[in-house]
Design a protein around this ligand. Structure first.
Ligand SMILES: [Zn+2]
Ligand SMILES: [Zn+2]
Length: 173
């Protein structure tokens, strides 16, 4: 295997001050300027929950996916106001515990997208209590969170379409 001597994005030569990094996604060799560090939230990945290196191109692709994940509808009950449930794809839960609510929620949103859903129903946080003993002899507690929900495909009901939907239900085509 020939050794890559130049950054595969900007084309600059690797030197002692311009290190070579490998993109976890596409395997390209890139320099530090063409590199981004992210946390791997792909549950199926071996490096899940850890920090990984991505090249700028793969990072941009990921950002586009992240943006789409933000559009996932998250509701705490099976009642999705203004939407109707088309199908349930399965249960989902975070693989690791997070200090921040939003991180746990976002992991579910991102994985919902991967499962082909656009909504999480019956969304719920689960609090885990951890203890930590300090030098002072006291025990301090802190919490971590996981989250879970049901992945579903829902469709927005438009007011003008309600009548049409009703007709379809009655068997007219
Ligand atoms: Zn570069
Ligand atoms: Zn890449």
């Amino acid at each position: 295997m020939a050794k890559v001597t130049h950054c595969e994005i900007c084309g600059k030569k690797f030197k002692w001050y311009r290190w070579r990094y490998e993109c976890k996604q596409c395997g390209k060799n890139v320099c530090g300027k063409c590199l981004k560090t992210v946390r791997d939230i792909n549950i199926k990945s071996k490096t899940y929950g850890k920090r990984i290196f991505l090249c700028k191109d793969c990072y941009d692709n990921l950002q586009r996916e992240y943006k789409k994940a933000k559009d996932i509808i998250v509701v705490r009950s099976s009642h999705v106001g203004g939407h109707k449930t088309i199908r349930i794809l399965g249960e989902i839960s975070t693989g690791i515990a997070y200090e921040d609510f939003d991180d746990a929620k976002f992991e579910l949103q991102y994985n919902t997208l991967k499962m082909g859903g656009n909504a999480i129903l019956n969304y719920k946080y689960i609090r885990h209590k951890y203890s930590q003993i300090t030098n002072g002899g006291g025990t301090y507690y802190y919490s971590l969170f996981t989250a879970r929900g049901t992945v579903a495909v829902v469709e927005k009901i438009q007011k003008s379409q309600k009548r049409v939907a009703k007709k379809t239900e009655l068997g007219e085509s």
